[in-house]
Design a protein around this ligand. Structure first.
Ligand code: IPE
Ligand code: IPE
Ligand code: MG
Length: 271
């Protein structure tokens, strides 16, 4: 049971927003492109890395809110395969902040029954980062609440190519090289095997692009873009995204059921 008292204090903006949410129709998987840290810092005449540091508070609050809403999965895009193009000092600081976050937040993840797992080309990360990731993953493996996926050294195209290679190796090993695969089989070999596709994709800082994130999995995700920069993103912004999501009509290429019934009646009337 969702404990609403843990999501909003009486009389707050959060409470007004929470009232507008149908708790029975929540998205099961929310994915977030956390963007705008650099702009947040620049607006304050601070170095870019200060934006990344401030973004940790947003990560903490977003993940905790997702757990309290009893969502199934939250996936956060933290570092793309393209982000290696950034200055070395920025990359190093990002990795250091990640290690610091994992060390500090492990207790909170445990308290909230959150299972943590990284997705991406993890073996391409520094061994010290890999060690922290493995530790957090192992410690939280038995938790049964929210699945918190963090995308690191992640690229959607890289994932699709890695999946193709994984499948080819598998079929070669089993001497089934001429087998024909289908979408379900392909999905089952992605980094996100066994995880349902995102229902809602949020991008902060106003950019209207997907920047190589979960390309296969977002085929039918609803997209919510907010101008809010990631370090300013709080619980109320997640609530706003969910309200927006619940106002959408998801069709998956079909027609709306009501419209289909109308067409049926019209056909029976001979009109
Ligand atoms: C997102 O913020 C964090 C990462 C991509 C790691 P940015 O660093 O991209 O911030 P902007 O887009 O330059 O404002
Ligand atoms: C996307 O943000 C990657 C992450 C949030 C990790 P970027 O800031 O790297 O994306 P672009 O360069 O604006 O497309
Ligand atoms: Mg950016």
């Amino acid at each position: 049971m969702i404990d609403v008292s843990k999501l909003a204090v009486p009389g707050s903006i959060e409470e007004t927003l929470l009232d507008k949410i149908d708790l029975k129709r929540l998205p099961r998987h929310v994915a977030v492109i956390m963007d705008g840290n650099g702009r947040w810092a620049r607006a304050r005449s601070l170095p870019r890395v200060e934006g990344h540091r401030a973004g940790i508070t947003s990560v903490r609050e977003t993940v905790e809110t997702a757990a309290r809403l009893e969502l199934g999965v939250m996936t956060l895009y933290a570092f793309s395969v393209e982000n290696w193009k950034r200055p070395r000092i920025e990359v190093m600081t990002l990795m250091m902040l990640l290690k610091e976050y994992l060390r500090k937040e492990l207790a909170t993840l445990m308290e909230n029954n959150i299972r943590f797992t990284p997705i991406g080309r993890i073996d391409g990360l520094d061994p010290t980062v890999q060690r922290e990731l493995r530790y957090a993953e192992e410690k939280t493996a038995g938790n049964s609440g929210l699945l918190f996926q963090i995308a690191l050294n992640y690229g959607g195209r890289a994932e699709i190519v890695d999946t193709c290679n994984r499948i080819m190796n598998l079929l070669r090993e089993k001497e089934m090289s001429d087998a024909v695969i289908d979408e379900a089989f392909f999905s089952d070999h992605l980094y996100t095997a066994n995880v349902e596709d995102p229902d809602l994709l949020i991008r902060t800082s106003g950019e209207l692009r997907v920047s190589n994130f979960l390309l296969w999995q977002i085929a039918y995700a609803e997209i919510h873009v907010t101008k809010t920069l990631w370090p300013d993103f709080r619980r109320r912004h997640l609530f706003e995204a969910i309200i927006d999501f619940q106002a959408r009509e998801r069709r998956y290429g079909a027609v709306e059921p009501a419209e289909e019934r109308e067409m049926f009646v019209e056909a029976e009337d001979g009109s």
